[in-house]
Design a protein around this ligand. Structure first.
Ligand code: NAP
Length: 348
């Protein structure tokens, strides 16, 4: 028998879709991604972007305070170590993802720890092939594979991930290690301005390092950066090396000029990337309509429909604008309801 709903992904959009689909007796099957070295290096391991963050202070329902007793009670035994990370800030990203996953499983969701490598959306039911070789048929598919933050790709950046290197100011900016300290944001687009502006509330100064002499950001955002006394735009420069040690994490960066041979060092405590995101849609090339930047296209206003009837998209894989855990979860709920109504309308 074909599956009623297959969900691809394992961030807040995927688990919320699974919770709703399971409660609607659709017995969802989730492909949460494969735990491979390749996925680790690309930042696409199971549980998504939130699993790469620390405290999550803006997800409703998880106020600051010691929630460890609750977490210990709610998490599977082999995940109880996660509760140790949580003391007085909001819930941590990895905990939140484990809790959502557990909630989906509690309602009967089945989980495969594998990637979907190929899809045939011309066939009815749809045909999916997993990396490990599984073949699955599905009446509806919810794609919730998210988007990964772009990094520069230098070795020292990788070494200090979670020790001062971050690609999400909103997730990590308020952490004690960044407070009243000089920070660097790399990029010259709207995200870089937004992240710099946000970080400037906590930092002593934010150096916004941009490789050209003009910002890509919209006029209003560019003006915001120029007018903020705590943002110092470092023009025509790229980061050559992130400096630091195992005890303190990031302590500085070496900058290289893009117009001459000069280089210099800046003392900083945090290094933030805002050089764009890449949606995880490579395996869907030619199968679903995408935007110029390869995000999935929602084809019906205020619905999660894609260009193929019966295939729905939720979360950052289709949303390059809000990119928040709570908005992803919201669209995951919508996708499950859209799938349920589609199945009912088709009598499937
Ligand atoms: P973006 O507009 O693509 O800007 C990326 C920035 O990173 C560019 O300045 C680019 O430099 C720089 N960059 C890219 N690769 C780099 C590298 N390897 N090394 C150094 N610098 C690099 O991306 P975004 O800022 O994330 O914005 C994405 C979309 O979301 C845009 O449409 C934006 O308007 C929208 N957005 C809107 C808001 C808002 O309105 N509040 C906030 C955030 C995002 P170059 O300029 O030299 O290419």
């Amino acid at each position: 028998m074909p599956e009623k709903v297959v969900i691809i992904g394992s961030g807040p959009a995927a688990w919320t879709a699974a919770i709703y689909a399971a409660r609607a007796a659709l017995e969802p099957l989730v492909y949460e991604g494969a735990a491979t070295e390749e996925n680790r290096l690309r930042g696409t391991l199971p549980l998504g972007q939130l699993a790469l963050t620390t405290e999550v202070e803006n997800y409703p329902g998880f106020p600051a305070g010691d929630l460890s007793a609750y977490l210990l009670d709610s998490l599977a035994d082999d995940k109880s170590y996660l509760a140790d990370m949580h003391q007085k800030e909001g819930v941590s990203g990895p905990e939140l993802m484990e809790l959502m996953r557990q909630q989906a499983i509690n309602f009967g969701t089945r989980v495969m720890t594998d990637d979907i490598a190929d899809v045939d959306f011309d066939a009815r039911p749809f045909h999916l092939r997993a990396l490990g070789g599984d073949e699955v048929e599905a009446r509806t598919v919810i794609v919730a594979t998210g988007a990964r933050a772009n990094y520069l790709g230098i070795e020292s950046e990788e070494r200090f991930k979670n020790k001062g290197v971050s690609a999400c100011a909103v997730c990590d900016g308020a952490l004690p290690r960044f407070r009243n300290k000089p920070l660097v944001v790399v990029g010259g687009g709207d995200s870089a301005v937004e992240e710099s502006d946000y970080l400037s509330k906590f930092a002593s100064i934010v150096y916004m390092v941009h490789r050209r002499d003009a910002l890509r950001a919209s006029k209003i955002m560019a003006q915001r950066a120029m007018e903020n006394k705590k943002i110092d735009i470092v023009w025509n420069s790229v980061v050559d090396e992130v400096l630091g040690n195992d005890t303190d994490g990031v302590t500085g960066v070496r900058l290289k000029s893009t117009i001459d041979d000069n280089s210099r060092e800046l003392e900083i405590s945090g290094f933030f990337l805002a050089i764009g995101h890449t949606p995880n849609t490579g395996f869907l090339a030619g199968k679903l309509e995408m935007t110029e930047k390869k995000y999935l296209k929602w084809t019906v206003p205020f619905r999660t429909n894609t260009s193929v009837e019966g295939v729905f998209a939720a979360g950052d894989v289709a949303d390059d604008y809000y990119r928040q855990a709570v908005t992803a979860a919201g669209s995951g709920c919508m996708a499950a309801l859209d799938a349920e109504r589609y199945l009912a309308a088709k009598g499937l």
